[in-house]
Ligand binder design. Structure first.
Ligand code: IVH
Length: 664
């Protein structure tokens, strides 16, 4: 029995590090999670009793408790380059010809790797200690995300005594599919916006200012390259990766050596099929010349090295059968046809349904119940029907006709004048009410935290909530009686509802769900009228005198406030204490005369919020990058707009720099 706490602490740390490595690097855990937690708990307790023995590289010190204000910028010691893409075998062969020509020999080989769909980071170890974690950013400078990087258990905080004085490791932070599914499920329950794919989720999680939240996001990491280091670390890429593995860094187990381009193509073809078996998402393969001297000979062109290429997989398609078509009712009564399929595997998930968008689309595709169809995932996540296999149509196939009554409440429906949409025209349709409440509580409107869709469904089905105003009558006792509702959740919802009472007038106007009135028009109305009471009295003539308001919008607003039922709800909201006065939101002229284009996912702002912030500070927002653009504000996973900005030499800034610009 060891009694010296220092010795015991040292031993526990060593054991925990070993098990981290077995789990994340070797993929061969030796102990259960429970046992691991026990070791961890014991270490934590001993450290609490002996705080002087706590060191920054202890496994207990991954999460820093205090959120930070913003990320600092890091200039990469060596630039983080990007890779050119290929899409087929011919392009891969052309790449190989360029390599052979560049080297003047056929004596070379490749390393073939999975292209992990996450975000690139650079980890800097000095004397074996992790001192810096940075995002790729624009390749030259990135964000200092060390606090968040430290929370990723797959990333060792120390490499041991044999590590070089300086070692920069580059690799991909990613979110395993399972963690992604769990995170989105949880967000859906809480009524938060879903992440479109694991890559966005990983990027969003790594760019949080509160490392505690990042630590709960179950991020993982694979090392795939070496940045700055002192001395010669390795002569070949594969040898370097082996060494990284020995230092306890996770390296993807599927990396293969290929003697020639035929072997490369074979490996790529194999993974194109087998990729869905992996528990993380890959979007292609990366092919690299293995010998580092040969890489030097080949060199770099602009943004990407000549010795490396990616092979991108095509969008996955699947064939399935339409079993039935449902009609869903939206918040303004729009009826949307949704196809139910024979479940089919598509790009790693089982797909059972897809929106057919509207009845004109049903007609255009000429889709019948019983048809065999080809589906594809748009943006890797939303399944779409792209083609009907007419030659496979069975005799029993049934044409799908647009509904003549609302499938939810049986009321009459109407086709929009000159439009494609068919609507339920009832004002008492429960399906519409559910959607309206979801929108009312949404992040860009009243932002009622914790009031998720499942809860709204129950509240409407049980007739507890008949309109927006009824939300403000809910108490903990009523909520606690709903299915699957813990006391704590009930309290959280009541708390969220209470907080929403102080939302601004523009948000309240948007939340009402008036046709054509979103957050932007909500703001225009709020600014012009100053109170709900004044808008209520406005006539079409008066409304159309406002610059940005045309006759259709004016008509819609008057129609809304001309309806007694709506007025009753508004009166009830006012009685519940929700009657904001307009507060002038113009904050500064800091961005006067400047045009911004926003791209990628931002951490602190939704798209609506950032556009509002730009305008409130005197700036303009545009949707496409041109020479006239002053700044491109790029968030995680910025796409072609980012590239365009670089091409045109338009300044690219990140969220931190934007906040700096508008700081008063
Ligand atoms: S190598 C100069 N290897 O793909 C080469 N990149 O489109 C540096 N990626 O920014 C990158 N898996 O985020 C490399 N096995 C892999 C990769 C990989 C994913 C990402 C990385 C990079 C992007 C390029």
């Amino acid at each position: 029995m060891k009694t010296d706490p220092a010795e015991k602490i040292r031993s526990l740390r060593e054991q925990i590090r070993r098990h981290d490595e077995l789990y994340y690097v070797q993929n061969a855990p030796e102990i259960s999670d429970r046992k691991y937690d026990e070791l961890f708990g014991e270490l934590k307790k001993l450290e609490q009793q002996n705080p002087l023995l706590i060191t920054p590289d202890s496994p207990t010190q991954r999460v820093s408790e205090r959120p930070i204000e913003g990320f600092g910028q890091v200039t990469h010691s060596l630039p983080m380059l990007s890779i050119d893409n290929t899409y087929n075998a011919d392009e891969l062969r052309a790449f190989d010809e360029r390599i052979a020509k560049g080297l003047g020999t056929k004596d070379y080989c490749y390393a073939v790797e999975l292209k992990i769909d996450g975000l690139a980071v650079s980890l800097r170890y000095e004397k074996g200690r992790l001192v810096l974690g940075a995002t790729r950013g624009d390749g030259t400078t990135g964000d200092n995300v060390t606090n968040n990087i430290r929370t990723i258990r797959a990333i060792p905080l120390s490499l041991g005594d044999n590590a070089p004085a300086v070692l920069e490791v580059r690799g991909e932070v990613y979110m395993p599919k399972k963690a992604f599914a769990q995170l989105n499920e949880q967000r859906e329950q809480q009524g938060q916006a879903l992440f479109a794919n694991p890559r966005n989720a990983a990027a969003g999680s790594l760019k949080l200012l509160d490392a505690k939240t990042t630590s709960q996001r179950k991020l993982a990491f694979f090392a795939y390259a070496i940045g700055q280091t002192n001395g010669t670390f390795a002569k070949t890429h594969l040898e370097g990766l082996e060494k990284l593995k020995k230092f306890g860094l996770p390296v993807n187990p599927h990396i293969k050596k290929a003697a020639n381009i035929d072997e490369v193509i074979k490996i790529c073809d194999k993974w194109e099929i087998e990729r869905f078996k992996l528990d993380y998402q890959i979007d292609g393969m990366v092919i690299k010349v293995n010998n580092l001297n040969q890489r030097d000979i080949l060199g770099t062109t602009g943004r990407s090295p000549r010795w490396c290429i990616s092979y991108k997989f095509p969008a996955e398609q699947a064939q399935t059968k339409i079993l039935s078509i449902d009609v869903q009712v939206g918040k303004t009564g729009i009826l949307t046809p949704v196809a139910n399929f024979e479940p089919v595997q598509l790009a790693g998930t089982t797909v059972k349904r897809a929106s057919l968008h509207n009845f004109d689309e049903v007609q255009r595709l000429d889709v019948c119940v019983g048809d065999t169809v080809i589906i594809e995932k748009a943006g890797e996540i939303i399944p779409q029907v792209i083609e009907v296999k007419k030659d496979l149509r069975p005799k029993t196939a049934k044409q799908f006709l647009p509904p003549v009554i609302c499938p939810e409440c049986g009321s009459n429906v109407q086709k929009d004048e000159n439009g494609v949409y068919i609507r339920c025209i009832s004002s008492n349709c429960p399906a519409q009410l559910k959607e309206k409440l979801r929108y009312f509580a949404g992040r860009d409107q009243m932002d009622i935290e914790n009031l998720g869709p499942a809860i709204i469904d129950q509240l409407v089905d049980k007739k507890i909530v008949k309109d927006f105003a009824d939300l403000y009558k809910l108490d903990v006792n009523t909520l606690a009686e709903l299915d699957r509702m813990a006391d704590k959740s009930a309290w959280n919802i009541v708390d969220g509802i209470e907080k929403s009472k102080s939302q601004s007038l523009d948000r309240l106007i948007a939340a009402l769900g008036i046709r054509h009135v979103g957050i932007q028009n909500g703001e225009i109305l709020a600014e012009h009228f100053g109170s709900i009471d004044a808008i209520k009295k406005a006539t079409v003539e008066e409304l159309t005198t406002i610059d940005q308001i045309g006759p259709v919008l004016a008509e819609s607003i008057c129609q809304y406030f001309g309806d007694d039922d709506n007025i009753k709800i508004i009166d009830k909201l006012v009685a519940a204490g929700i009657n904001p006065e307009y507060k002038k939101t113009k904050q500064s002229d800091a961005l006067a005369g400047k045009t911004f284009v926003v791209t990628g996912t931002l951490e602190k702002f939704s798209r609506t919020e950032i556009e509002k912030a730009i305008k409130q500070n005197g700036g303009k927002v545009s949707s496409s990058v041109s020479k006239k653009t002053d700044y491109v504000l790029a968030g995680a996973e910025a796409g072609s707009k980012f590239d365009k900005a670089n091409q045109l030499g338009v300044k690219v800034i990140n969220e931190g720099e934007f906040l700096e610009m508008v700081k008063t």
